[in-house]
Write a protein that binds this ligand. Structure first.
Ligand SMILES: C[S@@+](CC[C@H](N)C(=O)[O-])C[C@H]1O[C@@H](n2cnc3c(N)ncnc32)[C@H](O)[C@@H]1O
Length: 204
């Protein structure tokens, strides 16, 4: 789909959604000091197409966003048309429910209007914890790991061993150190919350 049309659809789907407010409301379950890894921040239309393209993934695969918030990265990846299946996993119920509602809107209102040449992406959101959910089927993983502790990064890195050879991991801010991962690219992108260094890995 051309970028202009994708941007129109994206803005339509997210017109009235404030992920930062939903995240703040959801984190009240954790009391005064929610864990740092629940810090919210989103991708945006301006930089995500280039950020995703730099992963240089073959078309038709499966995309996962680990900690998917309101689902912006999943929906953008679906609109950009490179994936057959897309999955977002999110811990905070309010964010998961919003992403699920956006998926419904995508399927009910946008899908019938999509150009015929556009592949039919299968979009899914899961309510759950990325450290217990299975995402080993992924061909491309996106994770905003900026606020993950060393301990969580170690767990994340170990879980990447279960990925198929050739699968790619796009990690925002955090580097992943393991003999089974090779960093093939790095770049800086302006995300919704500021300038971020993004690291690209391939599973050997
Ligand atoms: C920085 S936000 C990124 C949101 C989205 N990926 C985007 O780029 O627009 C990180 C998200 O990860 C979620 N998160 C943090 N730890 C998680 C976990 N263990 N399991 C699932 N989601 C988690 C947070 O609630 C938050 O919504």
């Amino acid at each position: 789909m051309n970028l202009g049309l994708a941007e129109r659809y994206f803005n339509l789907l997210y017109a009235d959604i404030d992920g930062y407010r939903l995240s703040a409301a959801g984190k009240q379950h954790w009391g005064q000091t929610p864990p740092k890894e629940l810090t919210y921040g989103e991708v945006n239309f301006a930089s995500f197409p280039a950020l995703l393209a730099a992963a240089d993934a073959p078309p038709g695969g499966t995309f996962y966003d680990l900690g998917s918030g309101t689902g912006k990265a999943v929906i953008l990846a679906a609109l950009l048309g490179n994936f057959r299946r897309l999955v977002g996993i999110e811990l905070i119920p309010e964010l998961y429910q919003t992403a699920a509602a956006v998926r419904e809107k995508f399927n009910q209102r946008l899908r019938p209007a999509l150009p015929q040449s556009y592949p039919e992406p299968d979009i899914n959101f899961r309510s759950g914890d990325i450290f217990t959910e299975d995402w080993s089927e992924a061909d491309v993983i996106f994770v905003q790991a900026t606020c993950f502790s060393e301990n969580l990064l170690t767990q994340l890195t170990e879980r990447c061993q279960q990925l198929k050879p050739g699968s790619r991991i796009i990690s925002v801010t955090a580097t992943l150190d393991a003999p089974f991962l090779t960093c093939f690219h790095t770049d800086k992108f302006a995300l919704g919350w500021g300038l971020a260094t993004v690291w690209y890995y391939v599973r050997n």
